[in-house]
Design a protein around this ligand. Structure first.
Ligand code: PEP
Length: 255
């Protein structure tokens, strides 16, 4: 049985002191509570140590939003997997649509980063998802398959079992528009089938597939109730500790 991963992507929000404030609220509300699921916070690089220092709960983890594909050396402005591990990170988001769109990250680069993350012992949350015009043309599965192909080609199955995939339709990110539970389930099931075709059934059954795109307390229950939705990657609603924790509570009620 897969548990839920409720992951917050703070994007370029929350300075170290603001991050501490949010993390303190989360720590205080969860202190002494036993969770069935995992809560993950992905602050900006500079806010990671401050947030990490406030969290002392076995089921609450910290992750990064991006990473270098390189080990170390002369790569000005980059951050390595080793640095993230040393700072206490357990997860790294790779291939977020904002990285693809604004920083021109290709699916091949993203596959290499994802492999690097896996080799380091961190867990990648690999994001895939179509734009609105592809959804309108009914091409969404082809787009996602094309985004996943270099990942299947690059990553061997023994590494793949530690992956998380996030289906994030671009038209639903930060727009207030959400995929219907049926649209989410349909895509999640087809991603699971693609995983099974490439890495086998056992891995396809165990990999968590998250939904991302305007998830909030009001729609979390219907999305998380879908059989192939194993959590959420949450932007806007994760910036408010109260709404983020409300989504976690919904996940807890569904286990
Ligand atoms: C995201 O950034 O991954 C995301 C899903 O954002 P939002 O929840 O704000 O749509």
């Amino acid at each position: 049985m897969r548990s839920f991963l409720i992951a917050g992507n703070w994007k370029m929000n929350a300075s170290p002191s603001e991050g501490v404030e949010k993390a303190r609220i989360i720590q205080q509300k969860l202190s002494g509570k036993n969770l069935h699921n995992t809560l993950l916070i992905c602050p900006s690089f500079i806010t990671i140590p401050a947030v990490q220092g406030e969290l002392h709960h076995a089921s609450v983890k910290v992750g990064a939003q991006n990473v270098s594909e390189q080990e170390d050396g002369a790569y000005t402005g980059e951050v390595s997997t080793g640095m993230l591990k040393d700072a206490g990170c357990k997860y790294v988001i790779t291939g977020h649509s904002e990285r693809r769109e604004y920083y021109h990250e290709t699916s091949e680069l993203i596959a290499r980063k994802t492999k690097k993350v896996l080799e380091s012992g961190l867990k990648p949350i690999l994001c895939v998802g179509e734009k609105l015009e592809s959804r309108k043309a009914g091409d969404q599965e082809k787009i996602v398959a094309d985004q996943l192909k270099p990942v299947f080609d690059t990553i061997p199955s023994h590494l793949a079992r530690n992956m998380v995939i996030a289906y994030e339709p671009v038209w639903a990110i930060g727009t207030g528009e959400t995929a219907t539970p049926e649209q989410a389930q349909e895509m999640h099931a087809s991603i699971r089938k693609m995983i099974s075709d490439s890495w086998g059934d056992e891995i396809a059954t165990s990999i968590q597939i998250l939904y991302g795109g305007s998830m909030k307390p009001a729609n979390a229950e219907e999305l998380l109730s879908q059989p192939d939705v194993d959590g959420g990657l949450i932007g806007g609603a994760s910036l408010q500790p109260e709404s983020f924790l409300e989504i976690l509570e919904i996940a807890e009620s569904l286990v």
